[in-house]
Write a protein that binds this ligand. Structure first.
Ligand code: AMP
Length: 196
């Protein structure tokens, strides 16, 4: 919704890795088992992919990053890259959801690999069961959305990702958004925080 509103790309590092795995590229082969376990891909590789993508011309008017930065090391590298390019982050949004609900949401999540649309079997179902509204492709369940892997991803989040919040609080860029609210309310809150 934000990408459409601002007419800028939105990209998710997770989507980039899933595409690399599907295409069986060297990066895909390197990250497959790490992702299936629910661990984080190494900072150096993630940063390299993100900076290459940010250098593409469609990012010139801005970009929405999803799932990145996920460690303080990534946040520091992104800041250095932005400074070098005379750019800055407007805001960093933390979507706050309680852990029980996160596991439930993951358990029913359906993913469209080509269009990258995400659905949920009961909270946000597609119009036709198992089919993406936008692309008509079959929806899949992500391997790393199994409850045991989600539990591990939450531990990884607590240990490696949550320090990123403090990093951006110091910069006054962090905004906590109630991620338990519905999609339209989350969108409205984020819009209210962004420069017009
Ligand atoms: P996501 O689609 O954002 O849930 O990411 C899925 C998986 O991709 C994560 O569990 C990690 O294995 C990997 N990944 C995505 N983004 C990053 C990142 N910024 N740093 C390290 N690993 C990442």
């Amino acid at each position: 919704m934000l990408a459409r509103k601002f007419n800028i790309p939105a990209f998710s590092t997770g989507d980039m890795f899933r595409a690399a795995i599907a295409a069986e590229t060297p990066v895909g082969r390197e990250v497959k088992s790490v992702m299936e376990r629910g661990d984080l891909v190494g900072d150096e590789l993630v940063n390299k992919l993100v900076f290459e993508r940010l250098d593409e011309p469609d990012c010139a008017d801005g970009v929405i990053l999803d799932g990145y930065p996920r460690t303080v090391t990534q946040a520091e590298a992104l800041d250095a890259w932005l400074t070098d390019h005379h750019l800055h982050l407007d805001k960093i949004f933390e979507l706050v959801v309680d852990e029980k609900m996160l596991v439930q949401r993951r358990a029913g999540r359906l993913y469209a690999p080509k269009s990258k649309r995400v659905y949920h079997i009961s909270f946000n179902p597609p119009k036709e069961a198992g089919i993406c509204d936008e692309s008509g492709e079959p929806l899949i369940v992500r391997e790393d959305d199994q409850p045991a892997v989600v539990q591990h991803r939450l531990e990884v989040y607590r240990e490696q990702t949550s320090p990123v919040i403090a990093y951006y609080k110091v910069q006054n860029r962090h905004v906590a958004v109630d991620g338990m609210a519905d999609i339209d309310a989350v969108y409205a809150t984020i819009m209210g925080e962004l420069p017009a």
